[in-house]
Ligand binder design. Structure first.
Ligand SMILES: Nc1nc2c(ncn2[C@@H]2O[C@H](COP(=O)(O)OP(=O)(O)OP(=O)(O)O)[C@@H](O)[C@H]2O)c(=O)[nH]1
Ligand SMILES: [Mg+2]
Length: 313
């Protein structure tokens, strides 16, 4: 994704995320009607964060910062509190801002998408493929979901839309051999990027988690550092479960990045803070809808401004 495409996505994200009823805009206004900050208002604000999927750790980190400044007499008015809140939220997310790069000297750069059922893996990979294709990269997608009926066709539709190549062996094929063969083909043809889709699975499904490890293992027979990116896709509306999935998948297969989808489907966005607080993993992409244009690179400041409805600085 190029820098030029960012303003378009930011505008879209603002329209989709901040619908005027978010936990920050609507509720903060209600909490602070008199524009005077007191301890009770801050306690209420902490409760509000807890109901918004932030989790205890992230919620108390935010309110501790606000309390410290209010108690020290540096923050007196609601507008000052809002500015401090914005800064605090950006500081929390900043360490997770690390856009994925596809270095040209790694050919093919292999990205494997993983996650539980229905979170948006295939859609996200399809969007990434189309965007990279539009940038002139030679992209292959591997149909590594060989379980779900229709999974190969769904990926093929994205490949067609993005004008990229798909390597598939149909339903019920061995996923590891699909990805292995896709890597061979992509490398033989000098492709830049290989995106491997995988079937949805729960961390409790030991056989399926073994399959992911097997895909990694067979890739590493051909290229020691592949997959270069293991991208976990999580659904923001899953709240605490999304954080739980990230912890479990990280332990099982070793993640290098996250894509957080369906931020248009929640008026909260708190999941992003819970994940940032708990896991030191880059958030590569966020999804705010089903269309190609609804996937963008994660930028802490733009995201917080979209949530708060504040103007970008
Ligand atoms: N609203 C919204 N819908 C999304 C987003 N990303 C994906 N979807 C939709 O979520 C549904 C599931 O997406 P898939 O890409 O099929 O999910 P998956 O993880 O590949 O699913 P399985 O392969 O069955 O595990 C589809 O209807 C997508 O269009 C998003 O950011 N916002
Ligand atoms: Mg899928």
């Amino acid at each position: 994704m190029t820098a030029e495409s960012a303003p378009g996505f930011i505008g879209r994200m603002r329209a989709k995320i901040n619908r005027g009823d978010s936990w920050l805009t609507y509720d903060l206004g209600n909490l602070l009607p008199g524009q005077q900050i007191d301890a009770a208002a801050l306690d209420d604000f902490e409760d509000l964060l807890l109901t918004a999927d932030l989790g205890v750790a992230a919620a108390s980190k935010i309110t501790d910062t606000l309390r410290r400044e209010v108690n020290a007499g540096r923050i007196k008015r609601a507008d000052q509190l809002r500015a401090l809140l914005r800064r605090t939220l950006i500081d929390m997310l900043k360490p997770c801002e690390a856009p994925l790069e596809f270095p040209e000297f790694i050919k093919p750069f292999v990205l494997m998408g993983v996650g539980v059922n229905g979170v948006g893996k295939t859609t996200t990979l399809g969007k990434i493929a189309a965007k990279l294709g539009a940038e002139g990269r030679q992209v292959y997608v591997a149909a590594g979901d060989t379980y779900r009926a229709g999974a190969v066709r769904q990926l093929a539709q994205w490949a067609e839309r993005g004008g990229v190549q798909i390597i598939e062996q149909g339903q019920n094929a061995d996923a590891a051999s699909v990805v292995f063969d896709a890597f061979s083909a992509a490398r033989a043809r000098g492709a830049d990027v290989l995106l491997a889709d995988t079937a949805g699975r729960l961390h409790t499904q030991a056989g399926l988690m073994d399959e992911l490890r097997k895909i990694k293992r067979v890739l590493q027979k051909q290229e020691a550092y592949a997959p270069h990116e293991v991208l976990l896709v999580v659904d923001a509306t899953a709240g605490h479960n999304a954080l739980h999935q990230a912890v479990q998948f990280h332990e099982a297969v070793g993640l290098t990045g996250l894509a957080i989808t369906k931020l248009d489907g929640t008026a909260r966005g708190g999941t992003v803070f819970a994940i940032a607080e708990r896991l030191a993993l880059p958030i590569r992409y966020i999804g705010v809808g089903e269309q190609l244009e609804d996937l963008g690179v994660f930028e802490a400041e733009a995201f917080v401004d979209a949530l708060l409805g504040t103007a970008p600085s």
